[in-house]
Design a protein around this ligand. Structure first.
Ligand SMILES: Nc1nc2c(c(=O)[nH]1)N[C@H]1C(S)=C(S)[C@@H](COP(=O)(O)OP(=O)(O)OC[C@H]3O[C@@H](n4cnc5c(=O)[nH]c(N)nc54)[C@H](O)[C@@H]3O)O[C@H]1N2
Ligand SMILES: Nc1nc2c(c(=O)[nH]1)N[C@H]1C(S)=C(S)[C@@H](COP(=O)(O)OP(=O)(O)OC[C@H]3O[C@@H](n4cnc5c(=O)[nH]c(N)nc54)[C@H](O)[C@@H]3O)O[C@H]1N2
Ligand code: SF4
Ligand SMILES: [Mo]
Length: 754
């Protein structure tokens, strides 16, 4: 059936069925704006359109070239301050993955016989609203929850969080940013008073000494690594990682720490700096609180003690301390090796403590810098209404709720008075029957969740699972009772916020396939069908919401009232927050805390620390190896739903799953290079080819997260403060094995059948 025929039918049915036919019809009549129809009229058919990449948080700009109204190819934007003409393979191939045959093109609804059939939009959202209401009537409004993402626009995230919580009465909603950035967010909030990564990418070029902790930018943020390569200050490049990663191989000093011993090492460094007097007492006294207690606490972290805990040579520890001490501009960068740990928050805060005590913050080339992961992780942290209320506020703060209610012109009691359950607690709620409906948007937990083995069963207990994705073939989409087909990157408009707090523009350069709609439009349709549409009458377009975001940000640390509109964002080449009204040069690069003023009421940053705790599942006789997981290569993205669709990206990635193993551990087990092996934990097993490398370290195995088997093995432990999963430590054993059954993995990756 042709698209236009579908549209006609949609409109006819909406006349008959929709609760408020008037608005639903008008929503569907704005196809150009929302995902149906051609490229917006104001874009000339042969223009070049710049938009921010939709994969990682680096936030490169890509120039998409249109011919006859079709996006034919792209090249990295030469003048954009982030990437300056560079892109990694994922960016170069960003268009190629959009035409895959398994794009979701029409809503699907599972009937009573268990089969899913295509339906029109009014039927899909009408049925969703009816079933959500029925569950909520029977079990309370809290019995339906949502899981969002860091991969849709800020405008969409704000709309989703507001429709779900204020409109539909949901109390519990979280997102894949819990798997990723929750630790950094909590650490910053407690130390700085607000969730605020302080740096600008220029700091990568202006630093004398860059310390990467649990971070592999050569693979995960290749264009940030290019920025490091532009550094002309002959910097010390230090990598603290149990594995000799691609990044470690390019460093001056690799610190091959025992996994999860970073907290001991960082306290040990603090101890040394205090002992040697290489701290910035003036800065500490003027701008921080709690240093003396911290100094007393780290006293026992002597080099011999730390060497024992971390498995590092004392000389290595002293060398590390020395390199940090002797340079003027030291910057600390961390990613998932820190965040995904049972003690991630305290580890991140120990990094922040080192920066504060040495005065390495607020100056060029310094900082305690968490690199975010997904293209809009930062937008999600500030505006998704999950862990914080719109604008980085607290749900539990009455004044904050009143302020948001006033700005949005909604009754204050529509805003829940607490943040709601975290991702793992939502899944627990499904297990114990308190949560019966789930709406999953732009995330694929059936592959990416920790210890995912039982997850299909857990999701199977739901009375209603709605999945909103751009492909119908993902592991999670396959389980959905209702599948809502979404327009992808390049098929819709809005903004993202990158790692350096830069707001970047997303433009529509192609039409979405079939009836797929922009997430923004889907949220509006759901609100309408549920009956809370009028509450969002002022949220008609992404531009309307951008103006709302400005008002929500006014007077907050993330103030963006100085940005007139998205056009100004595009013309400036992205704009970093804060950008309050009256700022001299909104487009200029800036870092936070140049004035030493932090966001706590007294303006002082805090030293926050705690006793190191034991790894939740230590290797033992039965499971003697420690499993580390992470990114495998620059051309693979997460659960491969997107990057698996590009033949070029597939060629750049390993053809089969592989496990990194130390040659001695292999010899002990009779494993030769390239052999198939089975890796098993107490929870499950998977197969991969053995890739023998000393770089992984004795007693350890590394598996990329991109293979769906990896999270069958992971151990479900969480940081107690952030509830972020500790993906990077589980006890496993390994043995030679037969190859897996023919092509199970490839079938999953490239499947085109419904
Ligand atoms: N190509 C590609 N790029 C990506 C992504 C992708 O899927 N593919 N995903 C994006 C996202 S969402 C994220 S969050 C980022 C993640 O970016 P990174 O965090 O850089 O990537 P990871 O490989 O998950 O983890 C980094 C390193 O942590 C190390 N590590 C494990 N345990 C420990 C430990 O106890 N201590 C220390 N010091 N290190 C440890 C691992 O060996 C690994 O090399 O990447 C982003 N960029
Ligand atoms: N073992 C292990 N597991 C891990 C990690 C690890 O290091 N080790 N890392 C964790 C981290 S940091 C992260 S961030 C997570 C990522 O985990 P996920 O979020 O589950 O991974 P993605 O593959 O990025 O899933 C995004 C989904 O959104 C869909 N999508 C893309 N664009 C759009 C859009 O515009 N609209 C809609 N509606 N859908 C869209 C994609 O098709 C895909 O199905 O994985 C976590 N899992
Ligand atoms: S580095 Fe990240 S933002 Fe830049 S092109 Fe690659 S995936 Fe896109
Ligand atoms: Mo992430």
């Amino acid at each position: 059936m042709s698209v236009s025929l579908h549209l006609l039918l949609d409109r006819a049915r909406s006349l008959l069925h929709a609760r408020d036919g008037r608005l639903t019809r008008s929503l569907l009549r704005e196809p150009g704006r929302f995902g149906l129809g051609q490229v917006p009229a104001r874009v000339s058919p042969d223009a070049t359109s710049s938009l921010v990449c939709g994969y990682c948080s680096t936030g490169c700009s890509l120039d998409v070239h249109l011919r006859g109204g079709l996006a034919v190819n792209l090249s990295p934007s030469a003048s954009y301050p982030v990437n300056r003409g560079m892109a990694c393979p994922k960016g170069w191939e960003a268009l190629a993955v959009l035409d895959a045959p398994d794009r979701a093109t029409i809503p699907l609804l599972r009937g009573s016989d268990g089969r899913r059939c295509p339906v029109d939009w009014p039927t899909a959202v009408g049925e969703m609203a009816r079933r959500v209401k029925a569950i909520q009537r029977a079990h309370g409004p809290e019995s339906v929850a949502f899981l969002g993402t860091g991969q849709i626009t800020t405008e969409e995230l704000a709309l989703l969080g507001s429709v779900a919580k204020f409109g539909m009465g949901m109390v519990h909603g979280d997102g894949n940013t819990r798997q990723c950035m929750a630790t950094a967010a909590v650490a910053y909030k407690q130390c700085f008073g607000f969730d605020a990564p302080p740096y600008s990418y220029r700091d990568l070029e202006e630093s004398d000494c860059l310390v990467f902790v649990g971070s592999n930018p050569c693979i995960a943020h290749p264009i940030l690594w290019e920025r490091v390569m532009r550094n002309r200050r002959d910097p010390d490049l230090i990598v603290i990682d149990p594995r000799r990663t691609e990044t470690a191989a390019q460093s001056n000093l690799h610190v091959p720490i025992r996994p999860k011993a970073d907290l001991d090492l960082l306290y040990g460094l603090a101890h040394l700096f205090i002992q040697e007097g290489s701290i910035d007492r003036t800065f500490i006294d003027a701008h921080t609180a709690g240093f003396d207690a911290f100094a007393a606490f780290v006293e026992r972290f002597t080099p011999p003690y730390v060497a024992g805990r971390t498995g590092l040579d004392i000389r290595k520890i002293l060398d590390l301390a020395d390199r940090i001490r002797r340079r003027d501009r030291v910057s600390f960068w961390w990613t998932m090796g820190v965040n995904q740990s049972h003690q991630g928050v305290r580890t991140a805060q120990a990094i922040i403590a080192l920066a504060l005590m040495t005065g390495n913050i607020g100056r060029p080339g310094t900082g305690a810098n968490s690199i975010t992961g997904q293209c809009n992780a930062m937008g999600s942290r500030l505006f998704s209404n999950t862990s914080s209320l719109l604008g980085g506020r607290d749900f539990s703060n009455r004044d904050h709720r009143a302020e948001v209610a006033r700005i949005l012109d909604i009754p204050e009691d529509r805003i829940p008075a607490h943040a709601g359950r975290t991702y793992d607690q939502i899944l627990d709620g499904i297990r114990n029957g308190s949560i019966r409906g789930l709406w999953v948007v732009a995330t694929n937990p059936a592959h990416s969740w920790i210890d995912r083995g039982g997850l299909a069963d857990v999701l199977g207990r739901l009375d209603l699972l709605v999945v909103q994705d751009i492909y119908h073939s993902t592991e999670t989409a396959g389980l959905a009772d209702i599948l809502l087909p979404a327009a992808a990157w390049g098929e819709k408009e809005g903004t993202f916020i990158n790692s350096e707090r830069r707001i970047g523009l997303l433009r529509k350069v192609r039409r979405a396939p079939g009836q797929a709609l922009a997430d923004f439009q889907i949220f509006r349709l759901v609100a309408e069908a549920y009956g809370c549409g009028p509450m969002f009458a002022g949220w008609r377009t992404p531009s309307d919401v951008f103006q709302l975001l400005k008002r929500l940000s006014a007077g907050r640390p993330c103030d963006i009232t100085g940005i007139a509109d998205e056009r100004m964002v595009g013309e400036a080449g992205g704009i970093q927050w804060p950008c309050p009204t009256g700022l001299d040069d909104p487009g200029a690069e800036r870092r936070l805390f140049a004035d030493g003023c932090f966001y706590h009421d007294d303006g002082h940053a805090r030293f926050v620390f705690g006793e190191p705790t034991a790894m939740p599942e230590e290797p033992d006789e039965s499971y003697p190896l420690l499993l580390i997981t992470g990114r495998g290569c620059a051309s693979q993205w997460h659960t491969l739903t997107r990057t698996g669709k590009s033949s070029i990206l597939r060629k750049l990635a390993p053809r089969e799953p592989h496990a990194e193993l130390h040659p001695d551990d292999a010899t002990d087990r009779g494993i030769a290079p390239g052999d198939w092996v089975e890796i098993a934990s107490r929870r499950g097993s998977t197969r991969a080819r053995a890739l023998l490398t000393q770089g992984v370290g004795r007693g350890r195995v590394f598996l990329p997260m991109h293979d769906a088997g990896t999270n069958l093995l992971t151990f479900p432990a969480f940081d107690p403060h952030s509830r972020q999963p500790a993906y990077k430590a589980a006890a496993v054993r390994i043995r030679p094995a037969a190859p897996p059954r023919p092509n199970g993995r490839l079938r999953r990756l490239f499947s085109t059948s419904r």
